[in-house]
Design a protein around this ligand. Structure first.
Ligand SMILES: Cc1ncc(COP(=O)(O)O)c(C=O)c1O
Length: 444
């Protein structure tokens, strides 16, 4: 499918959503759009015809295309600026391409798509993943790759598995991805926390923890961390891997958004020790379609057997049809083209966000991250509670997340909010951040 076609549809939808194109207003001419998107007139006609079928626009012979609108006043909820939702930008999700790949997978593999399958995933997909991971500097044979039902499943399973180092404790960054905290605390475990902020992590303290505690693994999100949005430098990553080797600790590197990194020289931790010391997990939720629940883990040979048993016990295997479609999506080159587009689009959002932070946040507030076009946090003045600011902003139609739930109880900070800009249109990012800045000034 033509990717320009999708881009045009996405762009018009986004203009309709944020009312840059109002009801009855004329759309840009076919010729102009073809020039703007460097594509053929036919592609624009096809995109406009699709929008017409969806009743979003209508055509007037010899006049052009016009936006359909409702005369009803918009509900207030539609005006909300939502910095809480953290799924991918809905206008950029390639669900039509994926639908095509699902159909292709059925054509190609027939009943195999509906049979029981291998707990670690389709062999042909694992081969494709092994090749595709090389673009991320992850060199692993298909036999060490497990396809999982979202990377969360791999993280959840790894918590309970016995590791070759026979150690029991888990070390996590503070704050961290709240689903991982849920996975640990739901098992009654008490992990060791280590603070992570804009400056990184205290490597001396990490060494002390590795040396003095019985750490089975250190869970880290090496780039675009959730919630801080921060990434480690190559030097920091290398140092942490060396510490893990020295003290016989495993690292679980959650690289859920590695594909969106535009820094060509940024390595994953896995690249510094591909032997299995670093367990690498990757998600397709932020870059593809989160509802598919597709992810992978690159595991050490020593735990392949127990992991396979645990995966089988959890859900037998990840649904086969979505795996077959992913294989086709990867092998056809659609994935690469999609990622290249996404990188540009999300980077643009990140740039707008950081500019807005610098312009509108008061001097007694600070921000972390923001590069990925997904997560970042705002550190509020120390006496201000994130909960109160979130409530105040809700009344102003700006939704932000109180980040206190992203900490273990004993490390909790109550003056951080998390913002995700993935589903917020560029223009609204600025408006929203201005309101956040005003809110902080009003509540202090
Ligand atoms: C740090 C982190 N890892 C992984 C994921 C994605 O998990 P999954 O692949 O299970 O959807 C998320 C989603 O928000 C996340 O924040």
């Amino acid at each position: 499918m033509n990717t320009k076609y999708e881009e045009i549809i996405g762009e018009i939808q986004s203009r309709l959503n944020d009312e840059r194109l109002k009801s009855g207003e004329k759309l840009p001419s076919i010729r102009r759009v073809a020039k703007e998107f460097s594509c053929s007139i036919n592609t624009v006609l096809k995109a406009y015809s699709e929008l017409e079928k969806a009743h979003l626009i209508y055509s007037v012979p010899k006049s052009g295309y016009f936006a359909v609108g409702t005369d009803k006043p918009k509900k207030r909820t539609q005006m909300k600026i939502d910095f809480v939702s953290a799924g991918p930008d809905k206008t950029r999700m390639p669900y039509r391409d994926y639908q095509h790949c699902m159909n292709q997978a059925i054509e190609l593999y027939k009943e195999e798509m509906f049979q029981y399958s291998h707990p670690l995933g389709l062999v042909s997909l694992r081969h494709q993943l092994s090749a595709q991971l090389q673009d991320l500097q992850v060199f692993a044979p298909p036999e060490r790759i497990a396809v999982v039902s979202g990377s969360q499943q791999a993280l959840d399973l790894l918590i309970s598995l016995p590791f070759p180092n026979h150690k029991k404790e888990i070390c996590v960054e503070q704050p961290t991805h709240f689903s991982f905290i849920d996975s640990i605390t739901s098992r009654g475990l008490k992990p060791v926390g280590i603070e992570r902020n804009q400056k990184g992590i205290d490597l001396n303290y990490l060494e002390k923890v590795f040396r003095e505690r019985s750490i089975k693994f250190f869970y880290t999100v090496s780039r675009f961390q959730n919630p801080t949005g921060c990434s480690y430098s190559n030097q920091e990553k290398k140092h942490m891997v060396e510490l893990a080797q020295k003290y016989d600790v495993y690292i679980i590197e959650d690289d859920y958004m590695g594909d969106l990194d535009t820094r060509k020289k940024a390595d994953p931790m896995f690249a510094y020790d591909p032997s299995g010391r670093v367990i690498y997990t990757k998600s397709f939720s932020k870059i593809l379609l989160p509802g598919l629940r597709l992810g992978l883990a690159v595991l050490p040979e020593e735990i392949m057997k127990v992991f396979t048993q645990a995966k089988f016990a959890a859900d037998v295997h990840t649904p086969v049809l979505t795996q077959g479609a992913l294989e086709i999506y990867l092998s056809s080159g659609m994935f690469k083209a999609h990622i290249e587009k996404l990188r540009r689009q999300y980077k643009k959002k990140g740039t707008i966000l950081k500019k807005a932070y610098l312009e509108y946040l008061p001097p007694n507030a600070a921000f972390t991250g923001g590069d990925s076009g997904f997560y970042s946090t705002v550190v509020l003045p120390s006496r201000m509670k994130a909960k109160n600011l979130a409530e105040y902003l809700k009344k102003k139609n700006v939704l932000v997340q109180d980040a206190s739930g992203m900490y273990l109880p004993e490390y909790r900070e109550e003056n951080r909010i998390r913002l995700s800009v993935s589903q917020v249109d560029g223009r609204k990012i600025e408006v929203g951040v201005r309101k956040i800045g005003d809110g902080i000034r009003a509540l202090i």
